[in-house]
Write a protein that binds this ligand. Structure first.
Ligand code: FMN
Length: 330
């Protein structure tokens, strides 16, 4: 059996496979089953800024004004339709820590550097091994410059780092003018790792109902290439660690992400599609791939990163020109 162990966010993992944030991991039975199926760690579904503020408003209303004002106090907040509020996540972390040995990572999702970030302390106190910070933010205001958007990400990270001592990872989308510079700045500001990439859910139009459609399609391996590019470019250049996220369906995708330098590889869509036991297929597939080459994880990690490849053209403009010029109809 090859050695699959890796370090992510300073945490020793028995292998690099992590169940990423989704409703699957809000269930203790699933967390146990994922551990049994070989997962290296799990990430709980996000606690949202809006949920935390809503819970706090409800608490205040109960404390100071009587139960009938709760509806009034919460009516100005955006509706949060997610099942299970922040307290359920805290409870799941507490119970999971007692039930499993693998790291249990909490996820915080918000856009402001305001009071809600204090919730990170509650997650740490409940026993979270680390926090994944997802600043899901679409800068729809054209007056908002790239510099201000980037400064904002740094503010949110710093606010969370001020209240916890456990590692903090940034889960980012790919849409920055210079993703490498953004990651470097967050790395310098103390981020312990990066999850690349967050998947931005984009609207469609339903022509039958003439409505904006908000559906959630699971990913496919075709989405692997953008994270693969940036992981390959960034591997070996940062203090913090790197987790790959998006498009893992089989062990092939896991191996590709490791080759470009990911320290950990996350998956959600494949688990939702095939069930939590699919984790064992991924772990066993990775072990078999390494076994066939008489290699351990450390032997292949980062071998195809930009830093390790002599032909750095593979990641740059020259390759783009070649791709366009070499294209032939099938
Ligand atoms: C149903 C569902 C719920 C999700 N919930 C969260 C969440 O709470 N927080 C988060 O950061 N990402 C969430 N994600 C995103 C996943 O963690 C992951 O980043 C994304 O699905 C891409 O990985 P994949 O290609 O392996 O699915 C969710 C994804 C799905 C499909």
């Amino acid at each position: 059996m090859p050695d699959l162990s890796t370090t992510y966010l300073g945490l020793g993992l028995r292998n690099p496979l992590i169940a990423s944030a989704s409703p699957l991991t809000l269930d203790l039975g699933n967390i146990r089953a994922l551990e049994d199926a070989g997962a290296g760690a799990v990430v709980l579904p996000s606690v949202f800024e809006e949920q935390i503020e809503q819970e706090e408003a409800e608490y205040e209303a109960t404390m100071w004004a009587g139960a009938e004002s709760i509806a009034e106090a919460t009516s100005f907040l955006p509706p949060v339709s997610r099942p299970g509020g922040p307290h359920l996540v805290l409870e799941t972390i507490r119970r999971a820590r007692a039930a499993v040995d693998i790291p249990v990572i909490a996820s915080l999702n918000g856009v402001s550097a305001a009071g809600w970030v204090g919730y990170a302390a509650a997650l740490a106190q409940a026993g979270a091994s680390a926090i994944e910070l997802n600043v899901y933010f679409v800068p729809v205001d054209p007056a908002l410059t790239a510099a201000r958007v980037e400064a904002h990400y740094l503010d949110v990270l710093r606010s969370v780092k001020q209240v916890v001592h456990i590692p903090v990872a940034m889960k980012l989308g790919p849409f920055f003018t210079a993703p490498g510079a953004m990651v470097r700045a967050l790395d310098d500001a103390g981020a312990d790792g990066f999850v690349l990439f967050n998947r931005f859910y984009q609207p469609d139009i339903d022509l039958a109902t003439m409505r904006v459609q908000r559906d959630l399609a699971l990913s496919t391996p075709a989405e692997l290439r953008l994270p693969l590019l940036w992981l390959g470019v960034l591997a070996g250049t940062l203090r913090g660690s790197l987790a790959a996220s998006t498009g893992v369906e089989s062990a092939d995708e896991v191996v590709k992400y490791l080759l470009v330098g990911a320290d950990a590889v996350m998956t959600t869509s494949a688990l939702l599609r095939h069930g939590v036991r699919h984790m064992a297929t991924l772990v066993d597939g990775l072990a078999a791939w390494l076994d066939a080459r008489d290699a351990n994880l450390a032997d292949i990690k980062g071998r195809m990163s930009r830093a390790k490849l002599r032909d750095t053209d593979a990641y740059e403009r020259a390759n783009y020109i070649r791709i366009l010029q070499d294209w032939r109809p099938h």
